[in-house]
Design a protein around this ligand. Structure first.
Ligand SMILES: O=C1O[C@H](COP(=O)(O)O)[C@@H](O)[C@H](O)[C@H]1O
Length: 266
């Protein structure tokens, strides 16, 4: 149960007392969207980032979700990935596999990791090709405004600097308008080589959820969500504004501590 549920600038805020409560709410939210997509389209196309987000998804591997979710209908993509071996500790795929996928009855051929044997540029190109094949067969829906893939859900974490996926502040990858998947070789946070969904793909999703915990991210959350005025720095997380879809932020109280006008329920 969220300690506060608000709507601000068209963004739904689900604020929790602690990461554990957030984790349960997140699992319920994802399970409900999965059920709705499977009912409507016969598939659930989900893309997700790595690191703390994946740990916060851990409740999905527990009862009742491990049994009630239609895992076989899930088609799982990575919204960003580090160009390292799949067995490397920095791999988002490895973290996802170890934390969640190894514990639920998903279909391995529906889980799309990157080719880790090629350059970042090639890996991004190949990953976009895979997504295009899935859009063709409508496993992933299409956004009619711009022909971008329309994922049922994109889940993102946010770094302290306000980066989302592997789109970092002041990086030219933020301006990518044509490619669905782009690459960087100079990530300010190691490892340097990464692939990432571009903003048009993120903003074409049916639902986007940003999941953030901890006081170290409170300032970035404030800058991404609140009305800041013209002095607001260019923050990737603030550029997440789905064109037609819905945007939800899951925060714990620490991450929400600098948001303007948020009242916590007792
Ligand atoms: O490097 C990355 O960082 C972000 C944020 O990570 P977090 O552990 O601070 O939540 C993550 O969302 C992204 O996938 C990852 O590649």
């Amino acid at each position: 149960m969220a300690v506060s549920c608000d709507k601000k600038n068209g963004i739904e805020l689900r604020i929790h007392e602690n990461p554990d409560g957030l984790s349960t709410d997140l699992a319920e939210y994802i399970a409900a969207l999965s059920e709705a997509s499977v009912k409507e389209r016969g598939a659930f196309a989900i893309a997700l980032s790595g690191r703390s987000l994946i740990s916060l998804m851990r409740k999905l591997s527990e009862a009742p979700f491990n049994k009630t979710v239609e895992w076989a209908r899930w088609h799982i993509f990575l919204a960003d990935e580090r160009v390292v071996a799949k067995s490397h500790v920095d791999s988002n795929y490895k973290l996802l596999k170890d934390t969640l996928l190894a514990k639920v009855p998903n279909v391995p051929s529906h889980v799309h990791s990157i080719n880790d044997m090629v350059t970042a540029e090639q890996a991004a190109e190949e990953y976009e090709f895979v997504i295009r094949q899935h859009v063709k067969t409508r496993v992933i829906d299409v956004c009619e405004i711009n022909d971008c893939p329309k994922f049922d859900l994109i889940l993102l974490g946010m770094g302290q600097d306000g980066h989302i996926a592997s789109l970092f502040p002041n990086h030219s990858a933020l301006d990518e308008k044509e490619l669905w998947v782009t690459f960087i070789t100079d990530s300010p946070k190691p490892p340097p080589e990464r692939i990432t969904f571009s903003l048009p793909v993120i903003n074409s999703a049916s639902k986007v959820a940003v999941v953030v915990t901890g006081g170290s991210k409170a300032e970035a959350a404030h800058l991404a969500i609140d009305d800041i005025g013209p002095e607001c720095p260019v923050l990737p997380a603030r550029m997440v504004r789905p064109t037609e879809g819905k945007l939800v932020w899951f925060l714990d109280q620490e991450a929400a501590s600098k948001l303007d006008d948020v009242k916590f329920k007792e």
